[in-house]
Ligand binder design. Structure first.
Ligand SMILES: Cc1cc2nc3c(=O)[nH]c(=O)nc-3n(C[C@H](O)[C@H](O)[C@H](O)COP(=O)(O)OP(=O)(O)OC[C@H]3O[C@@H](n4cnc5c(N)ncnc54)[C@H](O)[C@@H]3O)c2cc1C
Length: 441
């Protein structure tokens, strides 16, 4: 009898999920799990965000993931399966479960993150006689598709993009749901599922802010958003002109939270773009959304190449950055209390919604590094806690880029905040919206 454990992580979906498909094909009974690492909820963790007095997991992302897990749970129920959600130290939980079920197979998707790869290495060491399934489902291409070795991966985006576009064939998603699931492994006793409480969103904001209303976790909602952005509104056909917007739902795809949690795969997004182009015509905008997916792809493989250096202060360039930590100046930035109205609006938007536009992220990071002279790692760590769409490679890679220690060949660029305000918020509507907002007490 083959007893399988499937450990969902950044792949909270059933469709286009190869490691899940491969696991269920090899086993007779299945135990599906998701683990919230208790250390992610603490500010005293030695590594990662905790090092900078931030939590790894903030309230907005936690709520989104819980919603995604609810969706996964109800889908699994239709197959007679069940998702068990745990909270604690991941490897201890696996060991406790293994003592109970004696698994022959463990399935978990491949991820280029250092933490995620360390977990797989630890599983392989701890369980040398088990079959560990660790295939990719998080990127557009597989490692063997790339037209260069990881060591030879360009550290600059453009040469990477050109090579990938020239030599990589699109990998199509497998959108068919599994035909069936093996039955649940019968537990002698269930471990208690004691989870942190979910903080509900401020009612006042929920009533008026479309981003807050629409950012709901789950595979079903991800599909709805993909449809909304393409066939529903045809906003995709104008993406290149609108993508620098600061507030609103249609100016960009808003797929990042679902991509980061794995409620949708980048292959599904790429295939949906191609399908839409066949019906509504391709233009610069439809191509540009794919172009942005290539940025995501670039940072994922950069993370595999550089490992911890992607989160290191001196960056992949091993260059000493400017900036020092100053608690008061940092807190003013976090709370939107700086001397720059555009920055304050963006930071309040992030604090209260868990989302910020790409333009906003560039501006607040530039201000953090240049105008405020702060240490970029603290900014990246705050984003890690606050963003719903936090993804280690995209976040730390983009921060390094802006801090001049990452993959930007032009060095540390500074945005002119007055000029940016005139261009992207000429009538002060965005600034006014967030200046007027005060959370209900
Ligand atoms: C300082 C900083 C930190 C960031 N942190 C994150 C993060 O933690 N998680 C994250 O997903 N993105 C991050 N980004 C990238 C980008 O801002 C977001 O992906 C984007 O704003 C999400 O909105 P969207 O889905 O509407 O994007 P769209 O404009 O619709 O783009 C489509 C998709 O392309 C990808 N993408 C777009 N721009 C980038 C980029 N610059 N780098 C990597 N991928 C990109 C995302 O997956 C996005 O969902 C960061 C950017 C900056 C400047």
């Amino acid at each position: 009898m083959n007893n399988g454990l499937y450990w969902f992580e950044h792949d909270l979906r059933l469709a286009d999920n190869l490691p899940l498909q491969q696991t269920i094909a090899q086993i007779d009974q299945l135990h599906c799990i998701y683990i919230f690492n208790a250390a992610d909820f603490s500010t005293t963790k030695k590594k990662g965000a905790g090092q900078f007095n931030q939590r790894h997991m903030g309230q907005h992302r936690y709520r989104f993931i819980r919603q995604a897990l609810d969706d996964l749970q109800s889908q699994l129920h239709t197959f007679g399966q069940q998702l068990h959600i745990y909270y604690g130290e991941p490897l201890d939980i696996i060991e406790q479960l293994n003592t109970q079920f004696n698994f022959t197979h463990i399935g978990k998707h491949f991820h280029t993150g250092v933490y995620e790869r360390n977990l797989i290495s630890a599983l392989k060491i701890q369980y040398p006689n088990k079959t560990i399934i660790n295939t990719n489902s998080y990127t557009l291409y597989d490692i063997d598709d790339l037209p260069m070795s990881i060591e030879n991966l360009p550290d600059v985006f453009s040469p990477f993009r050109r090579k990938v576009e020239k030599f990589c064939e699109a990998r199509l998603p497998d959108n068919a749901l599994p035909v069936s699931f093996p039955p649940v492994v019968v537990a002698e006793q269930n471990m208690p599922d004691e989870l942190p409480a979910i903080q509900v969103c401020d009612k006042k904001l929920l009533a008026k802010n479309e981003t807050v209303q629409r950012l709901i976790g789950g595979e079903l909602k991800a599909k709805e958003q993909m449809h909304h952005y393409t066939y529903g509104t045809q906003a995709l056909s104008e993406y290149k002109e609108t993508r620098n917007g600061l507030e609103g739902w249609e100016f960009s795809s808003k797929l990042s939270p679902w991509l980061a949690a794995g409620c949708i795969s980048p292959r599904q997004v790429a295939a949906a773009i191609t399908e839409y182009e066949a019906q509504h015509g391709a233009n610069d905008s439809t191509y540009w959304l794919f172009f942005e997916l290539l940025w995501r792809e670039f940072f994922q493989w950069q993370q595999l190449k550089h490992g911890k250096a992607l989160y290191h202060r001196n960056g992949i360039q091993q260059k000493s950055p400017r900036g020092f930590h100053n608690k008061k100046v940092f807190e003013d930035w976090v709370n939107g209390d700086t001397a720059y109205p555009i920055i304050n609006a963006c930071m309040r938007q992030l604090k209260y919604t868990g989302f910020m536009s790409n333009r906003g992220r560039q501006l607040v990071a530039s201000c953090f590094i240049h105008e405020l002279g702060l240490d970029w790692q603290y900014g990246a760590a705050y984003f890690e806690e606050a963003l719903i769409d936090f993804d280690p490679a995209s976040n730390w890679g983009n921060w390094q880029y802006l801090a001049g220690v990452g993959s930007d060949p032009r060095g540390c660029r500074q945005f002119n905040l007055n000029k940016q305000t005139q261009t992207y918020d000429p009538h002060g509507e965005f600034i006014g919206y967030w200046a007027d907002y005060a959370p209900s007490t």
